[in-house]
Write a protein that binds this ligand. Structure first.
Ligand SMILES: Nc1nc2c(c(=O)[nH]1)N[C@H]1C(S)=C(S)[C@@H](COP(=O)(O)OP(=O)(O)OC[C@H]3O[C@@H](n4cnc5c(=O)[nH]c(N)nc54)[C@H](O)[C@@H]3O)O[C@H]1N2
Ligand SMILES: Nc1nc2c(c(=O)[nH]1)N[C@H]1C(S)=C(S)[C@@H](COP(=O)(O)OP(=O)(O)OC[C@H]3O[C@@H](n4cnc5c(=O)[nH]c(N)nc54)[C@H](O)[C@@H]3O)O[C@H]1N2
Ligand code: SF4
Ligand SMILES: [Mo]
Length: 852
């Protein structure tokens, strides 16, 4: 039985207010018939659900999660209930209402942020600790006390560590609670890593799903991931190439779109290189160049060829700042080795990477490749913004390195209006209020994040390169972890990593070890698809219910105060409270949370405040902030005003400061890669060439496998969700739905029309969705957004349409997650799509609201 066909409606706050609404509207209608007599009733309707501002208390805070930005939310509350959310209107920093300038723009929330109240009070909200009573994945839980949950978890942890060693428990914290300074869930700086490290049992997860290939490229080429400009720099570009970038959907900064519009008004031209025509392209009237997914590095190689062929490159820049762009910039120790130009011209391998050569691979005509190359090389300054999605691919690192080579050969680095972005982290925020010390990133094994299931399934017959095992200098080097436990904190990774069916098989293997020999813990504010697979669910207070400071996401120069806007709902606690209490039970409480005592579990406020005050003092001394902590708390947001737009590598280019690479130059030819003798001894495991190269991915539209699976599926990030967060929000689901986008000619061949239900499948899994037929997606490509809450039927088909049932966990050499390297087939289906969450988990809070 599904939620939707329950005989009695479930009593949620929404349904209660709806009933109240219906009652009062009925009363109003009657009152309207007998004028005057029903005035009392009508008044009740006018005031009840919508209290006026004078009756409400206003609290400035920020939105949260791993969404591409960080905006202000203003909570208007009555008592302890948030009844309305609004956002920055220019007034909250003490400026006049409406202030919104190029130098100090408003931090206005998007549709997700504005609907946050529905997440806060959703029926999926976790209010009590829960313990699994059914099979893993079945979704059956019962309420237990905190004491019982933490006692059982700590006992099991000790047993697993004692029996299976210091690598038995995997840390799968992720970015759900990043971008706060105190209550963090990051892989390295997070609260879980320090907790498990001090406990002495931790396998960490080292690769980042977002952009591991890009990180590798940025670090290799520039020696840093801080290769980004602040958003306002875009307003100075004459040409912006959105390469696999859709800022109308996937934010990479809070005001990117605003500054790009400013560029447009000043005459900037826009290009989109993407298999789909996006809303960003339509907003800026961009020239759309549809490209076969995964073939970007080939197209870029063709552009490099054409730029050299016509002498449009910036030789002076190349000579002064790069290593290995051409034979003349090869280091003395590598004379005679292959430079980038040797490769592009074909001198080294006999294959000139001409636009014609590239056209065969990427499906873009040689003429268009030439035209774009000319535009990019001859328009100054030009921003080639090579986003992460095309790098979220097999050999994705090659695409990002190739983009960096183009940015460098045209001299667009360190220049206002240019762009060196790979990862694109810009202004440097003071990120950690909580102790970040020798205990913060202790691990006994570190694996590529999405290989945990492969390791469990094949243990102990797993090679270090299959696991992506990070090298160590002690007896644990090369030891494959015997994984027996997982902590999910701030992550819905079971739903978000690659190849979910393989993860499910891994859970079944853990089951086979017997009750008590494995442990799955999920800490979250809502019941999630991952939580469904856990043994214990620990309810976590949201950022409205604990004290913190919000950080900008990659771009932006401001801090937003996050007071405790309301008391924690139900029995929820912050992650920090839970880990501290567990640490006390395991014997290292004071070391874990040095400012606290054990009372922290019940009274966290003064400790949190003490950490935040220390952090603010740091900010004051490092960043020239003049406000006191009290002033910051009063005003709610501190916006820095920079003397000029922040442009990455300006100092290197204008003042000769060396790049942070071994040679001090932009390394197109990488010193480190050229000098790596044995790749199997690195975390990467496989050979990576010293210069960027086109390498055929293991699945693409050029592959013979298209006989069986003729469509290439890409899975971008949705506008109406932050990954999986907000999937359960009715308002947002009304604006967009989970659907597969496909080209009209493909649909015609398959007899499919918009609104039909289709199934998409490959050897790894099958999903069901409605279809949207359009010319905005190129033939052969289908688009399905990531983050749908999986919903398996009895045959193992995902009726919700989560693309990670089709993705592959194969490791790309530099660690890129190959989310967009997927072939599949499509057909019309008579199975139903289940966009909501049909599976009734007994951990959903409304079950308890009703029963208690
Ligand atoms: N097919 C496909 N899959 C993808 C991608 C893709 O492009 N295609 N993209 C990948 C990328 S780039 C990413 S970053 C990942 C994201 O993967 P995840 O990080 O797993 O995704 P989220 O849905 O953001 O999950 C974060 C979870 O943290 C919880 N949370 C939020 N705040 C807190 C808190 O304070 N404490 C605790 N304990 N929990 C909290 C949220 O409720 C949510 O369940 O997805 C990846 N998956
Ligand atoms: N609304 C929203 N914003 C977000 C997030 C979110 O979940 N929701 N997540 C945030 C996070 S954690 C991340 S990592 C970033 C991700 O940011 P991005 O990686 O930039 O975003 P995506 O949405 O994955 O993809 C952007 C575009 O790349 C195209 N694309 C896909 N594959 C290819 C390819 O092979 N070649 C080319 N040329 N184009 C391709 C897609 O069609 C899409 O239009 O977004 C952040 N912003
Ligand atoms: S972009 Fe992110 S921080 Fe901003 S309002 Fe939307 S969800 Fe919230
Ligand atoms: Mo990401």
């Amino acid at each position: 039985m599904t939620i939707h066909d329950r005989p009695e409606a479930v009593d949620t706050p929404q349904s209660q207010s709806r009933r109240a609404f219906l009652k009062t509207t009925a009363a109003t209608a009657t009152a309207g018939l007998v004028l005057g007599a029903g005035a009392e009733e009508a008044k009740a309707f006018a005031y009840e659900p919508y209290p006026t501002d004078d009756e409400l208390e206003t609290v400035v805070t920020s939105c949260a999660h791993n969404c591409g930005s960080r905006h202000m939310l203003v909570a208007h509350k009555k008592g302890d209930v948030i009844v309305r959310l609004s956002t920055d209107n220019g007034a909250y920093q003490g400026d006049a209402y409406g202030t919104d300038t190029e130098e100090k723009p408003q931090l206005r929330a998007c549709l997700r942020g504005r609907s946050y109240r529905l997440r806060l009070y959703s029926p999926e909200r976790l209010l009590y600790p829960m313990k699994r009573v059914g099979k893993r994945g079945e979704g059956k839980f019962k309420r237990v006390s905190w004491d019982q949950a933490l006692t059982e978890i700590s006992q099991r942890m000790v047993h697993l560590k004692d029996t299976y060693g210091p690598t038995a428990i995997v840390d799968q914290s992720y970015a759900g609670a990043s971008y706060g300074v105190l209550h963090k869930s990051d892989q390295i700086e997070g609260l879980l890593g320090r907790f498990l490290g001090l406990f002495g049992c931790r396998t960490s997860s080292w690769s980042v799903p977002s952009y591991q290939g890009t990180t590798f490229s940025s670090r290799t080429t520039f020696g840093t991931i801080e290769d980004g400009n602040e958003d306002d720099a875009f307003a100075h570009s004459k040409l912006i190439i959105m390469w696999g970038w859709n800022p109308a959907y996937t934010f990479h900064g809070g005001n990117t779109f605003y500054y790009m519009r400013m560029a447009k008004q000043r005459g900037c031209k826009f290009v989109l290189v993407d298999p789909q025509y996006t809303d960003s392209a339509s907003a800026y009237d961009a020239w759309w160049i549809p490209i076969r997914p995964n073939t970007d590095a080939a197209m870029m190689a063709g552009m490099a060829y054409h730029i050299w062929d016509n002498g449009w490159h910036d030789q002076d820049f190349i000579n002064r700042f790069t290593q290995g762009m051409d034979p003349g910039t090869m280091p003395a120790w590598a004379q005679g080795q292959e430079s980038f130009q040797d490769y592009i011209s074909g001198r080294s391998d006999g294959v000139p990477k001409t636009p014609e050569w590239a056209a065969e691979i990427c499906g873009v005509s040689a003429d268009d490749i030439k035209k774009l190359a000319e535009m990019y090389a001859t328009t100054k300054p030009a921003a080639l913004k090579a986003s992460w999605a095309p790098g979220r691919n097999a050999y994705g690192e090659q695409y990002n390195r190739m983009a960096a080579a183009l940015q460098a050969m045209t001299g667009n680095i360190g220049v206002l209006g240019g762009c060196a972005e790979g990862v694109g982290k810009a202004w440097h925020a003071e990120a950690v209020a909580y102790p970040y010390d020798e205990f913060s990133n202790v691990w006994y094994a570190s694996i590529k994040s999405d290989r945990w299931a492969h390791i469990v399934l094949n243990y102990p017959n797993v090679s270090r390169e299959e696991a992506g095992l990070w090298p160590r200098n002690d007896h644990l080097d090369g030891v494959i972890p015997n994984i027996r436990g997982i902590f999910w904190q701030g992550s819905d990774w079971f739903n978000q990593l690659t190849n979910i069916n393989k993860e499910i098989a891994a859970i079944r293997k853990l089951d086979s070890y017997g009750e008590g020999e494995s442990l799955l813990v999920c800490m979250d504010s809502t019941i999630t698809p991952t939580g469904i697979w856990a043994d214990y669910l620990l309810p976590i207070a949201t950022h409205f219910e604990r004290h913190d400071v919000a950080l900008p996401w990659y771009k932006g120069h401001y801090y937003i105060h996050r007071p405790k806007a309301i008391e924690p709902m139900g029995e929820s606690k912050s992650d920090f409270q839970v880990f501290t209490e567990l640490a006390y039970r395991l014997g290292f409480g004071p070391a874990y949370n040095p400012k606290a005592n054990r009372d922290y579990f019940n009274n966290p406020d003064w400790v949190d405040e003490a950490y935040l005050v220390d952090w603010w003092h740091n900010v004051q001394s490092h960043q020239g902030v003049t406000w006191s902590w009290e002033e910051f708390k009063k005003r709610g947001v501190y916006k820095f005003v920079l003397p000029e737009p922040h442009v990455a590598f300006r100092d290197q280019i204008e003042h000769g400061v060396p790049f942070n690479t071994p040679s001090g130059r932009i390394e197109i030819f990488s010193t480190t890669l050229a000098q790596t003798p044995d790749w199997t001894r690195t975390q990467y495991g496989y050979h990576i060439p010293a210069i960027p190269k086109w390498i055929e991915p293991w699945e693409s539209l050029n592959h013979p496998l298209t006989e069986k699976f003729p469509f290439h599926m890409i899975s971008p990030h949705p506008r109406w969700r932050t990954h999986s967060i907000f999937n359960n929000i009715p308002w947002l689901r009304e604006t967009f739905s989970q659907e597969t986008t496909m080209n009209a000619s493909d649909a015609r061949k398959l007899g499919i029309q918009t609104g039909d239900i289709i199934e998409a499948w490959n050897d790894r899994g099958k999903v069901v969705t409605p279809v949207y037929v359009t010319e905005r997606c190129m033939p052969g490509v289908v688009v399905l957004h990531e983050g749908a809450w999986m919903d398996l039927d009895e045959n193992g088909v995902d009726r919700a349409g989560n693309p990670d049932f089709l993705t592959d966990d194969n490791p790309s050499p530099a660690g890129a997650f190959a989310y967009n390297t997927v072939l599949c087939n499509i057909r019309k289906s008579d199975m139903s799509h289940r966009p909501g969450w049909d599976q009734l988990s007994t951990a959903r809070s409304h079950v308890f609201r009703r029963d208690l």
